[in-house]
Design a protein around this ligand. Structure first.
Ligand code: KG4
Ligand code: ZN
Length: 354
């Protein structure tokens, strides 16, 4: 089965072709960073228009690179949520129309399920069950994963997501959008031990997170260190970035170890944009070594938004629907439905070897 995956939930248009026999054939991505940079964040209307502009040329390029003809595609997977309404609608209506014209099924994929399954595209994929830490711009969640669609949320952030905390703190440090990777780059030059940020909510039991206090802590530090200047000197800025990054990483690591112990599991999967962070990976590798745990993550480009994860998750669901004789139902519906908000726990499970 050959599945085309389409991701358009935020500021990246990502397409990919996943083949059940040969794995990932090709993928491409167009990032809207340049478009939104001047505004310091994603402008939803501009995002939608840019997805509409890029999606067809990306498909043409993808097919050419993979050496595949359109008629060879057996099914189409698109991100149906969560995400920006307009951006989701572009990908969903494109996918539905294309699927209809080609008489193949289309399946809506949950964006966070895409992230969660992305490490399956790597050479040594994690086996079920495992605990997943989903850390993106809009979500910070610990999830017990028994199989595809068998998710139980163990804890999440009560305020800012980890990526959001990176982005907001980056803004305070006068860094350009997208803040996370820019803050990480600045932190590389800093001394993480100089400023001791709190490790929020680690001194009490539970698997909830709270990251908004770290941003306030950074704001106060910046005010303290800048004197009469608009911002602190470069050295202080880098040290603040490093202190912040280490606090986020160690906080996440404490909760991940706790979640594994609580579930009596050994495998930890990290996914979503923040899982690209090298400090987080290093801190988690050390934490896992202490408890005999195993850490899994996707290659950097599949941590942030991409089409490959949608093609893969879509293939898992289409293959299961096919095995259950339900593909026709998927194919018949011409309605374009997207869900800007969509709890992961609401997804239906699939049969394991489906
Ligand atoms: O998964 P993702 O690409 O999009 C969402 O689904 O939200 O995650 C984007 C988030 C942004 O907040 C971005 O700043 C953060 O991931 N991010 C990073 C890094 N790369 C992306 N945060 C810290 N370090 C990174 N290297
Ligand atoms: Zn994402």
């Amino acid at each position: 089965m050959l599945v085309l995956g389409i991701e358009s939930s935020c500021d990246e248009t990502g397409l990919a072709l996943y083949c059940s026999q040969r794995g990932l054939l090709a993928h491409n991505i167009y990032s809207q960073i340049k478009l939104h940079k001047a505004f310091g964040g994603v402008v939803p209307e501009l995002a939608s228009r840019d997805h509409a502009r890029k999606i067809l040329p990306l498909l043409a390029e993808l097919l050419a690179v993979a050496g595949v003809e359109r008629k060879q595609i057996d099914g189409i997977a698109y991100t149906a949520g969560p995400g920006l309404m307009g951006a989701l609608l572009v990908g969903a209506s494109f996918a539905k129309a294309l699927a209809w014209s080609m008489e193949v099924p289309a399946v809506g994929v949950h964006h966070m399920e895409g992230h969660l399954l992305a490490p399956m595209l790597e050479e040594s994929p994690p086996a079920f069950p495992f605990v997943a830490l989903l850390v993106s711009g809009g979500h910070t969640q610990l999830v017990a994963v028994e199989g595809v669609g068998r998710y139980q949320t163990l804890g999440e952030s009560v305020d800012d997501a980890a990526g959001e905390a990176f982005d907001k703190t980056a803004k305070l440090l006068d860094l350009d959008y997208p803040g996370g990777p820019n803050l990480a780059a600045l932190a590389e030059r800093g001394d993480a031990m100089r400023y001791r940020f709190p490790r929020p909510m680690t001194d009490r039991p539970g698997l909830e997170f709270s990251f908004s206090g770290l941003k306030t802590f950074a704001r106060n530090l910046i005010a303290q260190e800048r004197g009469d200047a608009p911002l602190p000197a470069a050295k202080e800025m880098a040290d603040i970035a490093a202190g912040f990054e280490l606090a986020v990483a160690q906080t996440l690591a404490i909760k991940c170890s706790r979640a594994l112990q609580q579930c009596s599991m050994q495998r930890l999967v990290i996914a979503g944009g923040v899982s690209a962070n090298t400090t987080l990976r290093r801190v988690l590798t050390t934490a896992m070594a202490k408890i005999n745990g195993q850490l899994f993550y996707a290659r950097q480009e599949f941590c942030t938004d991409n089409g490959a994860m949608i093609a893969y998750a879509g293939w898992r669901r289409l293959a299961a629907a096919s095995a259950a004789g339900q593909l026709d139902r998927e194919q018949q519906s011409l309605a374009v439905e997207v869900r800007p908000r969509w709890p992961l726990d609401e997804l239906p499970p699939i049969k394991e070897n489906g």
